[in-house]
Design a protein around this ligand. Structure first.
Ligand SMILES: Cc1cc2nc3c(=O)[nH]c(=O)nc-3n(C[C@H](O)[C@H](O)[C@H](O)COP(=O)(O)OP(=O)(O)OC[C@H]3O[C@@H](n4cnc5c(N)ncnc54)[C@H](O)[C@@H]3O)c2cc1C
Length: 390
């Protein structure tokens, strides 16, 4: 394993950094103030991202995507993570799970999403099923008999990010129960559902403290009819699909956390070097200088864990624990970094004249979505105990 960047990787990092600074930073304050991204701005950022070849970088090149490996993608995510979340998400990395599309789904969903003509969101979480995904109550029942019978979907999803700016959802619903050695378990199945389907209502959910301009929605399904050909993968194999394609999304959280942390640290360092109290820069006081040292050390460790997991992902050797450790450590490091940065800025850190209070708020969600810190610790410890039959 070596992390010497190739000239192509260096060029990608430089291109993304330049794009973020030129095309995204100037709009951050407006997004923060209005909690909205004007549609014309979204279109223009998307068009520029397509033009410079940054759009759908995670998707296969033969289908029109960027074809980046996971390591290079993690470098790109790190740079994108520096910017406001709502803005950087416009340089879409469509859900990897769309790579499971087959037959007519490829032309109807996968390719248009890679081209930026369609936008996806992902719905697993429900009011009564968060960490316990398998506890979901949304169900898909066959209407008729045979392989080609439609499905009728009923139930409610919440916290569905970006559904207000998407036109279809990768939905997971229960399609039955199977007996296992641990007792009965729900069978979960994936579907591709257009958000304007009859029987589906999309509504903006409550405002979130993190990531203004990036909204969560509620999805209400009432006898929503979905043709059988829109089923993603085999019936009852939704968990296998999630396992196969969604593990790497934890690396996105890890990498974007590292990037944002690095930006915050740079700002805090500059402030500590220039803000004077008692006749000297506050960075000279050990209480402040040591905070900077801790930030740099933790972010370096978070970056190494993330790049190591991404590298292993490319070798086909990444374990669930590898992804969980990267997500856990990077998101928790970001929380400490933003909190320490705010402390270094003192009262100004809390004022909305500077972006520090935003970084501090934005950091909070990273320990919750894509599996909470407790769930990541559960994944890591379960793998350790399993070795001893636990
Ligand atoms: C801003 C935001 C955007 C989101 N976007 C999406 C999205 O686009 N699509 C989607 O499907 N979901 C999305 N989610 C949902 C997110 O993945 C869940 O919030 C997360 O998985 C936790 O579920 P929960 O909120 O229901 O908390 P709960 O599962 O109710 O957990 C509450 C607390 O209990 C703890 N806990 C639960 N089980 C265990 C356990 N076994 N061991 C130890 N502790 C445990 C948790 O760690 C947590 O501290 C989003 C959430 C947020 C906040």
């Amino acid at each position: 394993m070596h992390f010497q960047l190739s000239s192509e990787q260096t060029m990608i990092v430089d291109t993304v950094r330049a794009f973020v600074e030129k095309e995204l930073y100037p709009f951050e304050d407006e997004v923060e103030r209005t909690d909205a991204i004007p549609p014309e701005l979204a279109k223009s950022i998307q068009a520029k991202a397509i033009e410079v070849g940054l759009y759908a970088a995670n998707m296969p090149a033969e289908l029109g995507g960027g074809g980046l490996d996971n390591f290079t993608l993690a470098l790109m995510e790190r740079e994108l993570g520096r910017a406001s979340y709502g803005l950087q998400m416009l340089i879409a990395r469509p859900s990897n799970i769309l790579r499971a599309c087959e037959g007519a789904q490829i032309d109807e969903y996968l390719i248009p999403t890679i081209r930026g003509e369609r936008h996806d969101c992902l719905a697993m979480t429900e009011p009564n099923a968060g960490s316990d995904v398998r506890g979901m109550q949304t169900r898909a029942t066959r209407d008729g008999s045979g392989e080609n019978a439609d499905y009728l979907i009923n139930g409610t999803k919440h916290f569905i990010s970006h559904a207000d700016m998407s036109d279809f959802v990768v939905l997971f619903a229960a399609t039955g129960v199977e007996e296992t050695s641990h007792g009965p378990k729900k069978k979960i199945t994936g579907f591709l559902v257009d958000l304007d389907s009859p029987g589906l209502t999309v509504r903006r959910g409550p405002a979130c403290v993190s990531h203004r301009g990036y909204h969560q929605c509620e999805l209400f399904f009432t006898d929503c009819r979905v043709p059988a050909y829109k089923r993603l993968g085999e019936e009852g194999k939704g968990f296998d699909l999630m396992g196969q394609w969604l593990g790497a999304t934890r690396l996105t959280v890890a990498a974007t956390s590292v990037g944002r942390g690095q930006r915050v640290m740079e700002m805090a360092t500059e402030w500590a070097a220039t803000r004077k109290q008692f006749g000297q820069p506050i960075g000279k006081f050990q209480g402040t200088g040591f905070k900077l040292a801790d930030m740099a050390t933790e972010l370096a460790a978070a970056e190494l864990l993330t790049l190591q997991a991404a590298w292993k992902c490319d070798q086909g050797t990444m374990s669930d624990s590898d992804a969980a450790m990267a997500k856990l450590f990077a998101s928790e490091a970001l929380a400490r970094v933003t909190d320490n940065a705010l402390q270094i800025f003192g009262g100004m850190g809390l004022m909305n004249q500077l972006p520090i209070e935003r970084f501090w708020r934005d950091a909070r969600v990273e320990r919750i979505w894509d599996g909470t810190s407790e769930i990541q610790r559960h994944i890591i410890s379960r793998a350790m105990l399993r070795v001893h039959g636990g």
